[in-house]
Design a protein. Structure first.
Length: 138
């Protein structure tokens, strides 16, 4: 069975749009990443799309870092790395044990949570930022 030969032109175009929106979301349009997640989950399944999106996000971050390293600080990044690696490892092993329907529900729950966070940021403004990131408001 030729996997790439079985994919229609419309599916390829949607997948390319999903990959483009993923890269474009890194330029300051984070809501566009949600569109990418939904498109790829619909085209390839929830579990397979996670397996595609996470490596693409990591490559995007590693590719853009040399361009913006003068604006970043390792002092702020180091504390994020342990939880990042724990999350990657947990997700890697969790995908073996959950079924497709559960993965879809999990993706939906995460998208709803991100939407609620964005709405909270719009409504509460800096008050929410002070609550979540107090170190930035000293």
């Amino acid at each position: 069975m030729d996997l790439l030969g079985d994919i229609s032109t419309a599916t390829w175009l949607l997948a390319l749009f999903g990959a483009f929106s993923l890269g474009f979301s890194k330029t300051g349009f984070p809501g566009l990443a949600m569109v990418n997640v939904l498109i790829l989950a619909e085209l390839f399944g929830a579990k397979a799309s996670v397996g595609m999106i996470v490596p693409m996000l990591i490559v995007c971050d590693l590719t853009v870092y040399p361009l913006f390293r003068r604006y970043s600080s390792w002092r702020e990044l180091w504390p994020l790395l342990p939880s990042t690696f724990v999350g990657l490892a947990a997700g890697y092993f969790l995908l073996d044990y959950i079924d497709e329907a559960t993965a879809r529900k999990g993706i939906g729950a995460i998208i709803l949570l991100m939407l609620a966070l964005q709405l909270g940021r719009l409504k509460l403004g800096q008050a929410l930022g002070r609550l979540i990131y107090p170190q930035h408001f000293r």
